[in-house]
Design a protein around this ligand. Sequence first.
Ligand SMILES: [Cu+2]
Length: 126
Amino acid sequence: MKHQKIIIFLVITSFFLFIGGCANSNETMQPSSSAKVISEGEKLVIKASSFKFEPSEVKIPANKDIELQLDMGESLHGLAIPELNVDIKEDGESVMINAQPGEYTYVCSIMCGAGHEDMKGVLIVE
Ligand SMILES: [Cu+2]
């Protein structure tokens, strides 16, 4: 009888360890919280200012038409995603993008000053 109790105890303990292990591995699968998530039908507005993009990390669904708009107010910047043939240079201008899964870098395409080279963002498509 004593052995049986020990075995039951071990089975229950390992069961909870197993569940705990699964929960932990799921946690590491969570997307990083810093990326702004755009769902299908939502417009992606990227704000450009001196010298950064907001958001600088954004996630969109793959193989869906997403409207991408550049918002820069009074400042003068461009928004280029070379791999997607995107190069917006007017405030409020928008284009439709439809991308394969992957990570694409967006950059400023107008020489805007000292921080120009630092104007970068990541478009995560998945
Ligand atoms: Cu620039």
